[in-house]
Design a protein around this ligand. Structure first.
Ligand SMILES: [Zn+2]
Length: 338
């Protein structure tokens, strides 16, 4: 039976990553409440994950006073088919390949469940709440342990043929330099993500370097982290400044290519590395402008912004997926219903 009343004002939002699952209630104005976190433990199987998640959702709804909700929106690490929720070799959820939690969650909760790719839903959230509300063309790029992305083009989420679109981390920015875990030569992820920053710094250490980075890592180059490199660079460590300058250039090449290809109203960046480089945001915009088409010089700069949603972009996007699907199902209800 299609719903006869307009969809409610709140939704259950889920954000599934390789290590943790976040659950919250999100309102249509984007406000988030009743947050909870559980570990993902993908190796115990998707059925176990779905059962633990359903129990947590029941608890969250109870704490929220059992509000009417539009449904459950799920943002998850992928790749996966958004129509079925079936995972397709997800690198951070390996044991879930070929499976989906959608039917089990719907049965357990008696609520509709909609699933999408986390970065695509982060992009969608940026068009639904916050400073870029109403944007019809928007790219979200997360620069973190990896580099991922989501694309909204002409008002639609770009999913690709099987749900694999948006892998902006694997566009080439520096052929001949570092490779990512997938093995592509000189890609954005392999030359700008957190682990890449640490590897770049470690590879430049020589006995004659004057750097306090190695002291920060307790003398072990393998213990250098991207956070240490960013901190050392901020304190003027020459080796670290060199690494961060190169990373900013790599980010600029990647973001410039995306602007050139898609001409969005906004390109929003998020993730731990983007947050860590916030003080260098002006340099990131300059680097992006250098690698963009002349139209951006004519317009006085590139439309690159840091997300205003912090870690919550995907979580909010999950809720907005539920709102939009519930609304379209409501609009499509048979004409004779009241
Ligand atoms: Zn790659």
């Amino acid at each position: 039976m299609p719903p006869t009343n307009p969809p409610p004002y709140r939704a259950v939002a889920i954000d599934i990553g390789g290590t943790k699952i976040r659950v919250a209630v999100v309102s249509r104005d984007g406000s988030v409440s009743h947050r909870h976190v559980i570990t993902t433990n993908p190796e115990t199987g998707i059925e176990d994950g779905a059962e633990r998640l359903a129990a947590l959702i029941r608890k969250v709804l109870g704490e929220a006073g059992m509000p009417a909700v539009a449904g459950v929106g799920v943002a998850t690490a992928g790749p996966l088919n958004p129509a079925t929720g079936i995972y397709n070799h997800p690198p951070n959820l390996m044991a879930w390949h070929g499976k989906t939690m959608k039917p089990l969650l719907e049965r357990e909760l008696a609520l509709p469940v909609w699933i999408g790719h986390d970065a695509t839903l982060a992009a969608f959230a940026e068009t639904q709440t916050g400073p870029h509300t109403g944007a019809k063309n928007l790219i979200y790029v997360t620069i973190s342990t990896g580099v991922g992305g989501g694309i909204i083009a002409n008002g639609e989420m770009v999913t690709g043929m099987t749900g694999g679109a948006g892998e902006v981390g694997h566009i080439a920015v520096r052929p001949g330099a570092l490779r990512c875990n997938v093995g592509c030569d000189g890609c954005f992820e392999g030359n700008a993500c957190g682990p890449a920053i640490a590897r770049m710094a470690a590879s430049r250490l020589t006995s004659s370097n004057e750097t306090f980075l190695l002291d920060m890592a307790g003398g072990d180059p393998l213990k250098i982290t991207s956070r240490m490199v960013m901190q050392a660079a901020a304190a003027g460590d020459r080796l670290s400044v060199g690494v961060i300058d190169d990373v900013i250039e790599n980010i600029g090449i990647g973001l410039g290519s995306l602007l050139n290809a898609l001409e969005p109203e906004a390109l929003v960046i998020g993730g731990g590395v983007a947050e860590g480089l916030k003080a260098q945001f002006g340099k990131i915009k300059e680097a992006t402008l250098r690698h963009s088409l002349p139209r951006y010089r004519d317009r006085g700069g590139v439309p690159v912004h840091v997300t205003s949603h912090g870690d919550d972009a995907s979580l909010k996007g999950a809720a907005f997926l539920a709102f939009s699907r519930a609304a379209s199902e409501w609009r499509q209800r048979p004409a004779h219903t009241p």
